[in-house]
Write a protein that binds this ligand. Sequence first.
Ligand SMILES: Cc1ncc(COP(=O)(O)O)c(C=O)c1O
Length: 389
Amino acid sequence: MFYELASSSWGSEEIAAMQRVIASGMFTMGEHVRRFEEEFARKFGTKHALMVSSGSTANLVGVAALFYAGKRPLARGDEAIVPAISWSTTYYPLQQYGLRLKFVDVDLETLNIDVSRLEQALTPRTRMVVAVSILGNPCALDVLRAFCDRHGLILFEDNCESMGATLNGKQCGTFGDLGSFSSFFSHHISTMEGGVLVTDNTELYHVAKSLRAHGWTRDLPSNTRIFEKKDDDFYEAYRFILPGYNARPLELSGAIGIEQLKKLDRMVELRRKNAELFVGLMKGDKRFVIQRENGRSSWFAFTVILAPGLDLDRKKVMAALKAADIGYRIITGGCFLRHDVIKYFDYECVGAMRNADLAHDRGFFVGNHPRDLRPQIERLRAVLDAAAR
Ligand SMILES: Cc1ncc(COP(=O)(O)O)c(C=O)c1O
């Protein structure tokens, strides 16, 4: 394809890393995952990093951990404030754990939660805000952090789309009490499938670590706040303390992750160069709303929304993109409220979802990749220009 949505970012280093794991014959979670976690925590400046099988399981284990840790764990019926645009598995653990969701519209330009609606979303039952930085673009994490601190709320950061982005010099994913990352194919780093949970809270980390692997104590040190080790080794070897999962990653993913992490800065730099070209070519054209950067985006993709109020036909634009061999898709998951699965949720909308609906009905994104995309972006510009006349 001339301009695809996603491509591999692996080189010979990742293949060699996999071959070393294959040669070792040790495939289940071990030394490589442990090293990847250490390097991830160092890179992002967090106390702890826990690798899991995907970004989705990072969200699942993270939300679950909040039900079992701290002086005031989450409880069923508590409310969480969420943006109207995100990926499905941002929301699923919240539903599965019995939280009530308060949906807030997004800003049409940043595509992130409209923070002017936060106070309106707040009730005595609010316990958490879920912050999502869409497609590499930092949401107003500083405002959300201050709001949570002011009201004694948990800030959960789903940073699965925005590894390498920063706001005021601080890494996205590290503003929250917990932050999740994805290393699925096409993300800023790829380990095939994979995810990471970061936190500075050691109790949360220990709870999440137990939840990652069967809810047992095996991977925990003996001096944690969450269990007391007894002197019966037979019993301790299979001791279950929490209703957990098996969300462990493979050694192959850990080994690839170590190599990918070394390349992250350079890959983000290349993505930003492409973004500079895209924004330069598109800005000022009133027919298209493109994503406005907040802080420093790591530019997962390039979004285009056909300007509201203009007589522009997305079907026609998409047909032109298809004919030009350019891949496109809905912005993340579109407005989540528009999906059938919403019938299983306990939720409420805080006002209208005008902008999320516009993104759903008039938007799409094209890919960004860690390599020079000048010919692709120039063709995209020409195709959009002709199709929206
Ligand atoms: C915001 C967000 N959260 C969670 C996920 C889930 O990540 P994964 O595909 O690794 O399960 C994604 C996937 O891209 C995502 O965009």
